[in-house]
Design a protein around this ligand. Structure first.
Ligand SMILES: NC(=O)c1ccc[n+]([C@@H]2O[C@H](COP(=O)([O-])OP(=O)(O)OC[C@H]3O[C@@H](n4cnc5c(N)ncnc54)[C@H](O)[C@@H]3O)[C@@H](O)[C@H]2O)c1
Length: 484
């Protein structure tokens, strides 16, 4: 299908200063559209609209069942418009269309239904008291939720953020990433078609230091949810603390270990380690970016991992069967190429890849390094690209220590057929998710988040609801109670 200029008209609405910014096609570097650039004044307007919708509008006052029905309708509309949404996502981000349409869009509608299901099941407790008092807890929406999202999964991050916030009865101002403003605008249109009242959801396209910082600093924003780099996470946390102390949840970067034990099925481990790193052009916060392999299977693993990388199909993400599209933009492309050069200079062995593909767009060869050591930059930093680093280990205690030697703690993969080894590693690894003999399983009900500098709080699942709720204790004296 094709989207015409009439579909993009919405991009020109609601900007205060008439400024626009271009969004680019990562396949070519060509401009797709000029998008209204929201700045601090637009954030003010959006927050006012969200504030009014929360304080005076029908959204927090309607029954939770009515809210859930709007979210269920939204999920149905996502399914009906998968083609348009996936097209925008691939066009703006460069990810394979099949991945967007067949994996990500169904995950988003599933997640919206999951939280729609929660909307009318959020309730408080009757609490035992030490004195003749009736003590109850009431769960109330927090108010206006400010949300800031990255470019690697623009729609999925939109869903993870707005789904739970709306299900709990909040209103939202969400700032999308400047690299990928398109798909969230289309999704917002569908949410309004589903019956969302005006002012409840406000999407602002714009840049971090202007629109993003204005949202983090805003005195009328009651909660901030941020997904992005650890560096920016520190900035927004500080802005929130310096303004109105709004609570902040952070989903940040990672350098996740993927551990292949001596008893692993090597063929399966190779395939999963490949997927864990190369999925989404390597642009995943939880990418398995340190592949630890036991010395007894190391040579076999390495040979097969290299062969798998050489087989990876790279090209136009709209073409069926393509596994890897271009990186998001020239900045990320240059950063990844710098890391590849640093890997070579620091003495790691470049097994395959390492070069640009073509002279247009931001394509990089699937790259595999062996003989990687922990003190090399490629083993320490989040590269966020198609670069696999393979490290050798001898025993379990050693790999636990090495895997935990990082300031990140988002996820880990463990590949073993021994239940005791799996249990030992599961408890020892300081990470928010351990995938055993699998990777990147993202059900809506599974909580996701980081230890250490990978973040604060959890998204998805039941745990995310508390990010968007206040708990109020209500205490009433009881006169002549039969019991306390
Ligand atoms: N843990 C997770 O769930 C998760 C998921 C996806 C991505 N990520 C992380 O996101 C990063 C990649 O995304 P990115 O490059 O877009 O990250 P980024 O930190 O550069 O940008 C993320 C968002 O923050 C905004 N921003 C930038 N500077 C800001 C400022 N001063 N004030 C307020 N907002 C600001 C950006 O405009 C964007 O919307 C990686 O580190 C990745 O690991 C984490």
């Amino acid at each position: 299908m094709t989207l015409g200029s009439q579909d993009l008209q919405v991009l020109h609405l609601n900007r205060s200063h008439g400024k626009t910014f271009p969004t680019y096609d990562p396949r070519t570097g060509d401009v797709i559209a000029h998008v209204a650039e929201g700045d601090a004044e637009d954030i003010n307007r959006a927050v006012s609209a969200a504030r009014k919708a929360f304080d005076e509008g029908p959204w927090p006052k309607m029954t939770a069942y009515e809210r859930s029905r709007i979210l269920f309708r939204f999920a149905d509309l996502i399914d009906q418009h998968t083609e348009e949404l996936a097209t925008l996502e691939t066009w703006d981000n460069g990810k394979p269309y099949e991945q967007a349409a067949k994996i990500e869009l169904p995950m988003i509608s599933r997640l919206i239904r999951y939280y729609a299901g929660w909307a009318d099941k959020i309730h408080g407790l009757t609490v035992p008291a030490d004195s003749p008092h009736l003590v109850q807890t009431i769960h109330e929406p927090i108010g206006v939720a400010g949300q800031i999202i990255p470019w690697n999964f623009p729609l999925l991050m939109f869903g993870w953020k707005v789904g739970p916030a709306l299900a709990c009865g909040n209103t939202v101002v969400i700032k999308t990433a400047e690299q990928t403003p398109l798909s969230a605008l289309y999704a917002a249109k569908l949410l309004h078609e589903a019956g969302l009242p005006p002012g409840v959801l406000n999407v602002v396209s714009g840049f971090g230091p202007t629109a993003g910082a204005a949202l983090a600093t805003h005195m009328q924003v009651d909660k901030l949810a941020f997904t992005g780099s650890t560096e920016t996470g520190k900035i927004v946390l500080e802005l929130a603390a310096k303004s109105n102390l709004k609570p902040v949840t952070l989903e940040l970067g990672g350098k996740s270990p993927f551990i292949v034990c001596k008893d692993a099925d090597v063929d399966k481990a190779v395939e999963l380690a490949h997927f864990a790193l190369f999925f989404n052009q390597g642009q995943c916060c939880c990418a398995g970016s340190r592949t630890y392999v036991h010395e007894s299977v190391y040579d076999e693993f390495l040979e097969k991992a290299k062969a798998r990388a050489l087989k990876r199909s790279v090209g136009d993400p709209f073409v069926a069967g393509i596994e890897q599209g271009p990186q998001i933009d020239s900045e990320q492309f240059e950063k990844i190429m710098r890391y590849i050069r640093s890997g070579v200079e620091s003495g790691a062995t470049l097994e395959t890849g390492g070069e640009r593909i073509g002279d247009k767009g931001f394509y990089i060869q699937p790259t595999v390094f062996s003989n990687v050591k922990e003190d090399m930059l490629i083993a320490k930093d989040e590269i966020f690209g198609p670069v696999q680093s393979i490290l050798k280990f001898k025993d379990i205690n050693e790999v636990i220590r090495r895997a935990n030697t990082t300031s990140y703690g988002l996820a880990a993969g463990v590949f073993t057929q021994d239940i005791d080894t799996a249990n030992t590693l599961t408890r020892a690894l300081k990470v928010g998710t351990v995938w055993i003999n699998c990777y990147d399983v993202f059900d809506a009900a599974i909580p996701f988040g980081g230890y250490k500098m990978s973040g604060q709080g959890r998204e998805k699942g039941i745990h995310c609801l508390s990010n968007y709720l206040q708990v109020k204790a209500v205490v009433t004296p009881l006169k002549d109670p039969a019991w306390i």
